[in-house]
Design a binder for this molecule. Structure first.
Ligand code: C5P
Length: 232
């Protein structure tokens, strides 16, 4: 898989999601399904969107004991998604177990990436709540290295961290980056943002874009613009 724009379908129902996706007649976007939609509609929503020809990133951020994560991944791998994720904080053993669970009898599996530190966690919360007494950028790089050591394919990170992750873990290690906004649009609750063009320069492999596309007056035009700016 090469560089691509992943559209975050943060909708509460199947009806809203399919109404949104129906607008894309020429090019079928790579779609991210998160907890809200998955918990509302169950695995059938994944099957339905996949049957419509979309690639899927299933963003459920698993984090539990290794055996439970392995068993859950063995179920989820049957959905045939393209990318799936876990929290790196679950430890290397948990990430290795996730990989085992994901691998099908024929040796194929979805790409597995790890969330390092959520972008909603800042230095203060990390120190006071998690009792991690190290600079946040170092923690992110350490978690990325742990994910690489466990055999994962990449991480979810801020576009600002993509270059450093590639320097630490290699150019082939995937960086999947939310926090993308068009130059003139509102940031919303995203703090550390970049345009699709800047994300391309930083070497991000995939950008995850939600509201700039889902809430645009013309979502198809916004998606096409994102692709032009990021992929070229
Ligand atoms: O609407 P927006 O472009 O901000 O959507 C970004 C998407 O990426 C959302 O689905 C959000 O949950 C997700 N995400 C994020 N930051 C992370 C991990 C995931 O914004 N660190």
């Amino acid at each position: 898989m090469g560089k691509d724009v992943i559209v975050a379908c943060d909708f509460a129902s199947k009806a809203q999601t399919l109404e949104f996706l129906d607008q894309f007649t020429d090019r079928k976007p790579f779609v991210k399904i998160g907890m809200e939609l998955f918990y509302a509609e169950g695995p059938d929503i994944v099957r339905e969107i996949k049957a419509r020809g979309h690639k899927i990133f299933l963003d459920l951020k698993l984090h539990d004991i290794p055996n439970t994560v392995k068993s859950a991944m063995a179920v989820l791998t049957g959905l045939g998604v393209d990318i799936i994720n876990v929290h790196a904080a679950g430890t290397k053993r948990m990430m290795e177990a996730a990989l085992k669970g994901l691998t099908r009898p024929d040796g194929t599996r979805p790409l597995l990436i790890a969330v390092t530190q959520l972008t909603s966690t800042d230095q203060q919360a990390m120190e006071e709540d998690l009792w991690i007494d190290k600079p946040l950028p170092e923690v992110v790089m350490h978690y990325a290295k742990c994910a690489e050591d466990a055999g994962l394919d990449g991480v979810v990170c801020s576009p600002l961290e993509a270059k450093a992750v590639h320097e630490t873990c290699g150019a082939q290690f995937l960086t999947v980056t939310p926090g993308v906004r068009f130059a003139e649009s509102a940031a919303g609750d995203q703090k550390r943002i970049m345009t699709p063009q800047q994300a391309k320069i930083e070497g991000c492999d995939y950008i995850v874009v939600g509201r700039p596309i889902t809430r645009a007056e013309d979502p198809v035009a916004a998606y096409e613009r994102c692709c032009r700016e990021f992929i070229g």
